[in-house]
Design a protein around this ligand. Structure first.
Ligand code: DGY
Length: 309
């Protein structure tokens, strides 16, 4: 049981997640993270990965000992400060892999076969005048994955039946049957499609830069299901506008929910509104894992998914 008035819920949760929270316990709501900090001896914070947790808010509630974020990414948290204060952090890994990988595969196919444009072609009756343009086959291509963590590995397994070669980069080589390229530029050079599946950290910040895009080349595609901050968006926009790469499918952006307007007029992009984990089943599972972590904290037990920050 989570004691009443012990958890501060920071920010809004979608209806289905809020219903699950309310079914399991009663947090105190602090819906606008920038509003004055509410008074109370809260011991834990519950937040979503799309809500930034202001450090000042935690500073103003010295009783806080834990932050449970609902999401696999935890770049929304003031990690250095939480570490310094020995405040525990949990996230929700694993339970969203299926949804994120399914979206990634869908984006890849829709990008290569230009499905949004193809549908528009039928709807606009342009088909009656001429056949739709030819697109690109996936089989036989080399697919790169930057970031071979849990999501990267699940994605690779789903890619295997498509008869592609799989290669990856990341800080460490893993015992996996795929080609390892420690250097991202080298990976970009050998692959036709490059998925981004790495966490947002200072090391990955803007790692997709002009050089990597140039290495990917005019027939290469970029698919970002990680975080907008991993990509230098000005370099990507330049590469897309000047056909330095063939196209990009982007689920995440530097500035969400108002991505750089220059993306909106491009015809070689597929844009989705950060929906990697956005299925009912997944959002309920994420909410439950976040609450399981809170319950474990209040029972003084090992957290099911603590971030070793
Ligand atoms: C995550 O869990 O970090 C996802 O991006 C949220 O949808």
């Amino acid at each position: 049981m989570i004691p009443v008035n012990s958890v501060l819920q920071v920010g809004h949760f979608p209806e289905i997640m809020q219903a699950e929270i309310d079914r399991r316990f009663t947090p105190v709501h602090h819906l606008d993270p920038k509003a004055p900090t509410p008074a109370g001896d809260f011991q834990a914070i519950l937040i979503r990965s799309n809500t930034q947790l202001p450090q000042i808010l935690v500073e103003q509630i010295p009783s806080i000992r834990m932050v449970a974020t609902c999401g696999v990414g935890y770049d929304n948290l003031p990690l250095a400060f939480l570490r310094e204060k020995n405040i525990k952090v949990s996230n929700t890994p694993g339970v969203l892999n299926d949804a994120v990988c399914e979206l990634a595969i869908g984006m890849m196919l829709a990008l290569l076969r230009q499905l949004p444009a193809a549908q528009e072609y039928v709807k606009s009756t342009a088909w009656s005048k001429a056949p739709f343009r030819l697109t690109t086959t996936l089989a036989g291509k080399c697919v790169g994955i930057a970031g071979m963590g849990r999501i990267g590995q699940d994605l690779a397994k789903r890619l295997e039946p498509f008869q592609v070669r799989i290669a990856y980069s990341g800080p460490n080589q893993k015992s996996l049957p795929y080609d390892y390229h420690p250097d991202l530029q080298e990976l970009a050079k050998v692959c036709d499609l490059l998925f981004l599946a790495c966490p947002a950290t200072p090391d990955t910040n803007k790692m997709i830069n002009a050089k990597v895009l140039e290495a990917l080349g005019p027939s290469g595609y970029l698919i970002n299901i990680a975080r907008g901050s991993v990509v230098d968006e000005s370099a990507l926009l330049y590469a897309l506008q000047h056909k330095k790469i063939a196209g990009a499918a982007l689920d995440v952006f530097e500035n969400e929910p108002n991505p750089n307007a220059a993306f909106l007029s491009l015809d070689n992009v597929l844009l989705t509104p950060h929906i990697g984990s956005a299925t009912s089943e997944t959002r309920i599972a994420m909410t439950n894992l976040a609450i399981d972590n809170l319950e474990a904290f209040f029972k003084n037990q090992t957290l099911p998914s603590e971030v070793n920050n």
